[in-house]
Design a protein around this ligand. Structure first.
Ligand SMILES: [Zn+2]
Length: 499
């Protein structure tokens, strides 16, 4: 009797092979008391023709109608079993759970029902090619080297939960007819080897999700057809080494069919793609939807980014950039201004005035994006695609803001302009345009005061918080002056001549 024992939820499990009557003779036991299937003694197993016994065991399970599965759990495989599992059709599910494969494993040109490899350990490369498989599970399995799948059909589910890879894995020319779950997958690869995760020429016909996974290697999805839903949710792409030609993450020739969606959903404190050097997204064909949330778009090159952003603005847009995405090289934190609907146009006007002034004054681009609006508040941020550090971006925003506020002055109930001296005509005209916009804005605020449409608090809030760095106007009493100006409603504007 084999001494193999394990405990599951407090229950002692003993060797089941000793109990089966598959052998006419008594089961072989090694000098540690373990049967030929549980034995770790490779030489002894070979001497005693392990393969012969395995084949006999499989036949027993196949032929006995009382057996639902081919039960090969907890077996230690020390010699190649490739011949047994190639060019063959299996009519029952095969359970390889908790088995350990100390040899290369290659299954070729076979038809399987369900294959379970839960908690299996693969010490050597694993190759599955030209297989038809009902369903397959690799939950809690560990691959010490590569997994290579090609030309396979998976009809009833593909599951990898808590699966670890020390080498890469590639899945090529395969069809997933039903659900696929890749959850808590961790790939720890030697960065110098560049072992990649590759999905190439794949059709995902049903719901597929990559969730809570960590890809510490190069990832390449190429020529993928999505019929239903393919979701990357809170999955980390961590390969941060610079690569000479390819990107650390590539999505090329992604074809999203009419009822299909491809979703990238990061989380607010861990944006999708935030850790990689760059992401290549090329040659997509979208008849369904491409959706992003909490995604760092700055990892796409400028052309891709512009293509995707402009696609969101089309009628019946097929690309949706949802909340929390970083779309630009630099962008300020989201601002939320609580202000009534009547006065929101003033916020928008001040934002746009600053953006125009900044672009011409600082010499690089700036934009403002209004994210959401309700009757009570307005949300927006400033952004720039200029390739500069965030510090420089912030510093330039501050400087421009100060310079802009210096352009106007209110005192003695008079609004006056202070255009810059000795500047290029283009700078002067920029300043003049800005002055006109700012004075117009002050007049608009002023005209709302007697009508009771805006309070002093609203004005303070508007002037002090709309612009990116929140620098108060240079004239500390300007806001009071605006209020006074509005109250007195003298509407006198004096603009000094430009010298
Ligand atoms: Zn045993």
């Amino acid at each position: 009797m084999c001494v193999f024992k394990k405990e599951i939820e407090g229950k002692q499990i003993v060797c089941c092979f000793s109990k089966t009557d598959y052998l006419v003779d008594k089961i072989l036991i090694d000098n540690e008391g373990l049967c030929i299937f549980h034995s770790k003694n490779e030489a002894w197993k070979n001497e005693n023709n392990f393969i012969f016994h395995l084949e006999k065991l499989i036949c027993y399970f196949e032929e006995d109608s009382t057996q639902k599965n081919i039960f090969l759990e907890d077996i230690i495989f020390t010699t190649s079993i490739d011949k047994i599992f190639s060019d063959r059709e299996f009519k029952k599910d095969i359970k390889f759970n908790n088995s350990k494969f100390n040899v290369n494993l290659t299954f070729k040109s076979s038809r399987f029902k369900n294959l379970d490899f839960n908690s299996a350990i693969f010490d050597k490369p694993v190759t599955f090619s030209d297989l038809s498989i009902k369903g397959i599970m690799f939950d809690n399995a560990a691959f010490k080297l590569k997994l290579f799948i090609s030309d396979c059909d998976f009809f009833n589910g593909f599951f990898m939960l808590n699966t670890h890879f020390d080498g890469g894995f590639s899945i090529l020319n395969s069809l997933f007819h039903s659900n696929c779950f890749f959850q808590n997958i961790i790939t720890n690869m030697d960065k110098s080897i560049h072992d990649a995760i590759i999905f190439k020429n794949i059709e995902f016909k049903d719901f597929t999700t990559f969730e809570l996974s960590e890809f510490n290697s190069v990832v390449d999805f190429k020529n993928i057809i999505i019929y239903k839903e393919l979701v990357f949710h809170n999955t980390q792409f961590n390969y941060d080494e610079p690569l000479p030609i390819v990107s650390s993450v590539t999505f090329s020739q992604i074809n999203i069919k009419e009822k299909g969606t491809l979703e990238f959903r990061g989380i607010s404190d861990n944006k999708m793609f935030n850790k990689v050097q760059n992401v290549s997204f090329v040659g997509e064909e979208i008849d369904g939807k491409l959706f992003f949330e909490n995604t760092d778009f700055t990892k796409f090159n400028l052309l891709t980014r512009k293509r995707l952003i402009s696609a969101t603005k089309k009628k019946n847009a097929k690309v949706v950039i949802g909340i929390g995405c970083i779309k630009y090289y630099n962008q300020t934190p989201l601002k939320s201004i609580e202000i009534s609907d009547d006065n929101q146009s003033l916020v928008i006007e001040l934002c746009n005035t600053f953006v125009d002034y900044f672009t011409k004054n600082a010499g690089f681009n700036l934009g403002v994006e209004f994210v959401s609006k309700t009757n009570q508040y307005i949300n927006f941020f400033y952004f720039s695609d200029e390739d500069i550090s965030y510090e420089k971006f912030e510093n330039q925003l501050q400087k421009s803001e100060q310079a802009m506020w210096r352009l106007i002055k209110i005192d003695n109930d008079n609004l006056s302009a202070q255009p810059p001296k000795n500047h290029l005509p283009s700078k002067i005209i920029n300043a003049t345009d800005t002055i006109v916009n700012l004075l117009g804005l002050v007049l608009k605020i002023g005209s709302r005061i007697p009508l009771g449409l805006i309070s002093k608090e609203d004005i303070l809030h508007l002037v002090n918080t709309t612009l990116p760095s929140n620098i108060r106007p240079n004239n500390a009493i300007m806001i009071n002056q605006i209020v006074l100006f509005g109250t007195k409603n003298t509407q006198t504007i004096k603009i000094k001549k430009i010298e």
